[in-house]
Write a protein that binds this ligand. Structure first.
Ligand code: UGA
Length: 436
């Protein structure tokens, strides 16, 4: 938003984060984010104080976390406190309060009532038509967040109030019309034209977010289910994915077979969709099956290693990649953590490496008893098998040929189906895929 020319004040209750951002440092790893922060600095302020950011704002985005709880429903504590903080501090000039956080269907109305109550309590007068709530779901992917924000496939805005829709329309105008100057490090792709705007009621926008993520999760689990069959019949799952994906009705994206999805979104959002449906007395067997298959994919790693090594106790297993996917240091729901735990339970010694998530890993999982390697090649040293968990580009480019002799037994389990089987086999590796 700041890059597009809007004046933006970012509020976070975590003073440490605010201090970092003020110093131009991003608290997360995201390609090109530091460059963009520097370029947009004139339009950006960071504060931990609501009073500095809320009064006078035309639009307030709520972008707090909504982490999952044990029941599958998201934890809405932060959403609640943000809505109350807004109500307390906003000065009564018309403001659009936008839910950017992924929230259960119906939360827009709830946020509205929280803002209203808080405003009335602190100002001693009715909020009436001083604000309205909109939903503007997020479709960006970690690792390609800037690209997805500047060149999105579509923008969805939902509100039951026409004025809010118009405000958001003008806010997104530079993206919709693609009139902004592209950053030099992120040129506009040639096929990007005008971006479609979907303008809906509040509930539809909220449902679009969950339905989109569940569908993408489903696609991944579908190809993984077919992958299990492919292995049995001796088919090549990558070719199968290509062969079906080129049917435009299916599409080639999100058909990459492997360990399955991780991250903070698909697991949480499919769980929330199932939980919401249940509240309405509806079952969602397709989404539940997608979740089940995803869980199974992680277990397959252990099964495959066991099948090959016969005994896991006392073995050394190397994991290449910790982040839930390349180009991020995000470890939430990362398959690597789960897999490391399972292998340790089986009595293995586990060695790990990640190009950017190592520090975060050591900070967040100090008790996980693994050997952290500074170089990817160290993971292979004396290992009985190595699993490619996250498909970082540098792992594709490892000097595999030289490293084969460093392993105790040169078994490579390609958890993402990205390595060249024929080449590795030629170097003397025993190559295993998750499916075949
Ligand atoms: C996902 C959605 O793709 C975004 O559109 C959405 O905005 C975001 O969630 C969100 O709700 O905030 P993200 O979780 O950042 O984005 O990452 P994805 O690129 O979707 O990858 C998710 C997981 O699926 C990764 O672990 C990835 O390795 C896995 N994946 C992806 C596959 O196993 N196969 C594929 O073909 C694609």
């Amino acid at each position: 938003m700041a890059y597009l020319g809007h004046k933006v004040t970012c509020i976070d209750s975590d003073e440490k984060k605010v201090a970092m951002m003020r110093a131009g440092k991003s608290p997360i790893y995201e390609p090109n984010l530091p460059e963009l922060l520097a370029e947009a600095a004139v339009n950006l302020r960071f504060t931990a104080d609501y009073a500095e950011g809320i009064p006078g704002a035309d639009v307030i985005f709520i972008a707090v976390g909504t982490p999952p709880t044990a029941t599958g429903s998201p934890d809405l504590r932060y959403l609640c406190s943000a809505a109350q903080g807004i109500g307390e501090h906003f000065d009564g000039a018309f403001t659009v309060v936008v839910n950017k956080s992924t929230v259960p269907i119906g939360s827009g109305n709830w946020v509205g009532s929280l803002v209203r109550e808080s405003y009335e309590q602190h100002h001693g007068r009715k909020a009436e038509k001083r604000f309205s709530v909109a939903s503007n779901p997020e479709f960006l992917r970690e690792g390609t967040a800037l690209h997805d924000s500047l060149y999105p496939d579509r923008v969805v805005i939902g509100s039951d109030d026409q004025r809010s829709l118009e405000t958001l329309y003008s806010l997104y105008r530079p993206v919709l019309d693609q009139t902004f100057a592209s950053p030099t490090y992120l040129p506009r792709p040639e096929d990007v034209g005008a971006v479609p705007l979907i303008s809906t009621d509040l509930a539809s926008a909220e449902l679009i977010k969950y339905a989109a993520n569940a569908f993408l999760a489903l696609k991944i689990s579908y190809i993984n289910e077919i992958g299990m069959l492919a292995e049995k019949v001796g088919a090549d799952i990558s070719q199968v994915a290509k062969g079906i994906g080129l049917d435009a009705r299916i599409g080639t994206r999100f058909l990459q077979a492997g360990i399955g999805w991780g991250g903070s979104c698909f697991g949480k959002d499919t769980a929330a969709l199932v939980a919401t449906a249940r509240e309405y007395g509806i079952s969602t067997p397709i989404v539940e099956a997608a979740r089940e298959i995803n869980k199974r994919q992680r277990e397959r790693v252990v099964e495959k290693l066991l099948g090959e090594l016969k005994i896991l106790k006392g073995r050394t297993i190397g994991l290449l990649g910790l982040a839930f996917k390349p180009n991020t240091d995000d470890l939430r729901e990362a398959p690597a953590i789960d897999i490391a735990r399972k292998l340790i339970e089986r009595g293995c010694k586990v060695k790990v490496h990640d190009p950017v998530a190592m520090e975060r890993f050591q900070h967040e999982y100090p008790d996980l008893n693994v050997v952290c390697c500074r170089e990817a090649s160290e993971v292979l040293e004396e290992a009985d098998a190595v699993v490619l968990v996250t498909e970082w580009q540098q792992y594709r480019e490892l000097s595999w040929e030289d490293l084969v002799s460093h392993m105790r037994s040169p078994i490579i389990l390609d958890g993402r189906h990205v390595l060249d089987r024929a080449r590795l086999t030629r170097f003397g590796y025993k190559y295993l895929g998750i499916a075949g």
